[in-house]
Structure formats: structure tokens, C-alpha cells
Design a protein. Structure first.
Length: 180
């Protein structure tokens, strides 16, 4: 199936520029295009956000500047690539103002919303248990102050914990040291 999909995306007999590219390059570009066509509802969710790519960049770069953008896994892409992806993909641009404050991430609700999870992942980057570097995409959002005891569902009171440490932090028989 993958081979047939890539062949369909690489075959364009009327485009001399595409025909001039080496086959591996055309197949790589086709694979990227195929991934960009996948709807986020068609992939499993992890940590409540699914296959959402978060791109952090300045407003100037979003509007046409040249500074690099940073992906939530730490990789860097050009501002032009980030703008292209924003046009058609399910990426979430985290646009920063002059003092690096988040300008817009959505609404609040009872459970941490997708927007809140993205904001927390952008801030924490990985599990906040001491010594753990599980990436944000594998983590849950934990309430620092338990909701059942009057805690709030906010970005400020949420933190990333991998499943192992999230279970442990709720187990009175275990002790988990958290980074502040």
C-alpha cells in the first residue's frame, strides 16, 4: 500500500522539474506529502493530543520573516516550511510575541483541553519527574493540586508526567520527586 501511494504521488510525466530529481528524493518528498495528508483523527492519540505537531515561532516569522521555527521535539525547520505546513496540516503554531508570551492557545474547560496540553508540553518539553526524559508526546497532564480536592484545570497547575510516573504520583506507597 505504501509503495503504491508513493508511486502515485511521485509519478508526474508532465513535470520536467520533478522528473529531473533522483528517485529517492522524489520518494522522500512523496512520503512527506502523504504524511501531511493524514488527518489527525485517523491516528491514535498519545497524551490527549494525537499526532499534533507544535511549531514555535515569532509572529514576525509567521508573517514572512526568515528566522527558524522550533518543533516540539526540539528539531528546527525553516519559517517557510512552517508557513507551508500551517496552510494545510494539522499543526498548531505557538506564536510568541516580543517577550515570548503565548498569544493564543484556545479555551479552557473542565479537563485539560488540547490547547492547554499543547501549552504545557511547550513549557515542560518532557516528563517533569526527576531523572525522566520521556518526551511530551508520551506524557499525561497531571493536576499539581488534585481536582477532586479543589484544584483547578489550568496550564499553571498542570504538568507533564509519563504514564509510569503519573501512576506512581497517585500511589501513596510510592514517592516521586518532581522538578519545579
Amino acid at each position: 500500500m505504501l509503495e503504491k501511494a508513493l508511486l502515485a504521488l511521485t509519478y508526474n510525466e508532465h513535470d520536467p522539474e520533478q522528473r529531473a530529481k533522483p528517485t529517492p528524493q522524489r520518494q522522500g518528498e512523496a512520503f512527506c506529502e502523504l504524511l501531511e495528508r493524514v488527518r489527525d483523527r485517523d491516528v491514535p492519540t498519545v497524551g490527549g493530543t494525537g499526532a499534533t505537531v507544535v511549531v514555535t515561532m515569532t509572529l514576525d516569522s509567521l508573517l514572512g520573516g526568515l528566522a527558524e521555527a522550533v518543533l516540539d521535539n526540539g528539531d528546527r525547520i525553516s519559517a517557510a516550511t512552517a508557513r507551508r505546513l500551517a496552510c494545510e496540516s494539522g499543526i498548531v503554531p505557538v506564536v510568541l510575541g516580543g517577550r515570548s508570551e503565548v498569544l493564543d492557545l484556545g479555551r479552557r474547560r473542565r479537563y485539560h483541553s488540547k490547547a492547554q496540553r499543547i501549552a504545557i508540553a511547550t513549557r515542560d518539553h518532557h516528563c517533569t519527574a526527576e531523572g525522566c526524559d520521556a518526551p511530551a508526546a508520551r506524557c499525561h497532564v497531571h493536576h499539581d493540586n488534585p481536582w477532586a480536592l479543589g484544584g483547578h484545570t489550568t496550564v499553571r497547575e498542570g504538568r507533564l508526567l509519563c504514564p509510569k510516573h503519573h501512576r506512581a504520583v497517585h500511589d501513596p506507597a510510592r514517592s516521586v520527586r518532581l522538578r519545579t
